[in-house]
Write a protein that binds this ligand. Sequence first.
Ligand SMILES: [Zn+2]
Length: 399
Amino acid sequence: MKVEERFIKYVSFDTTSDENSETYPSTHSQSVLLSLLAEELKSVGMSNAAFDGKYTTAYLPGKKGSPTVCFISHVDTSPDVSGKDIKATITDYKGGDIVLPYATISASELKDCVGTRVITSDGSTLLGADDKAGVAAIMTAMEKLVKTDPSSRCNIKVMFTPDEEIGNGVRDVDVRALGADFGYTIDGGPLGEIEYENFNAAGLEVTVFGRSIHPGSAKNIMKNAIDLLFEFHSLLPVEQRPVNTEGYEGFYMIKGVSGGVEKAEGSYIIRDHDMHKFNQKKEFVRSAIEFLNRKYGEGTFVAEIKDSYYNMSDIINKNFHLIESARLAFERVGVTPKSIPIRGGTDGAMLSYKGLPCPNLSTGGYNFHSRTEFVPIESMEKMSEVVIELVRIYANKNT
Ligand SMILES: [Zn+2]
């Protein structure tokens, strides 16, 4: 089966994940696709292919004594944009804008794709290249690899996961049971990306307890929780908002406000690549809260800070062969590799801290989480070749 045929089949499943769900995977349709992928891995000839109710995994033995490398992609799509009834369309792209029935992709976004066959939605939904392009590339590579001589490949694991888009992609992965030495997620953007630096991330919930009284007789008595929440917010540095930051610059972002005069709540996220600066940001919040509690009375402000994930670079730097091998694999298939810091997280970051060092590679897709998402077929083909090259490289590598 061709990579685009697989891809178009996978995106026909609406696998939108749901933050408000109590189940795992958060939506049933993800389990349906994960079961189908287990069947498909079995039918291409992988060993132990199974969906365990959470994850689909499979194994392919290679050269004795070689490391076991795990290739990982997620099956869910972002709840930000509809993933239902995706009408995947192939355009032989020669230049100019691609005008879809419900959206337009501009020539500037497509500038690297002239001469390729570009898959888009009809502009009313996302496409799901994030991350079904990764799934299709891995599956296509496996179909080819099972036919190769075991001594020419390393030991291979495949894992497909749910709920990456709602931060739960690898929540229950047991890295010991998985039995891989390290891995690669295939979940990045344009072809050639190798990502191994991501944010350190925390969530911050600020709760303000106010005092309500009739506004007519409120003088020196009312404590309006909303006003006080705004006062806290005004202490955060304006230049450290997402809209004003890029590259390695971290930020504070308010993402939700609720409440009234008696009680108000603000939800924030805190991000920084640098652990020292990340800790400073959290410390700044604590001292601002202390200051405000001295001003308005102990217990007026309560802040809860919870770390979400950490920058994987510390772990990847100790296993830098992962990056060197990925660069070599891209070069061998004629793609120039490039590394940029991720301004977000990846499942690989969490896996790295669970004991499976795991950088992130490109899928070849563009405009993720958007109605103008697209992926060139040739990029997915290249990614399946990159997987095959990595497997060859690790057949002969002592790590
Ligand atoms: Zn993704």
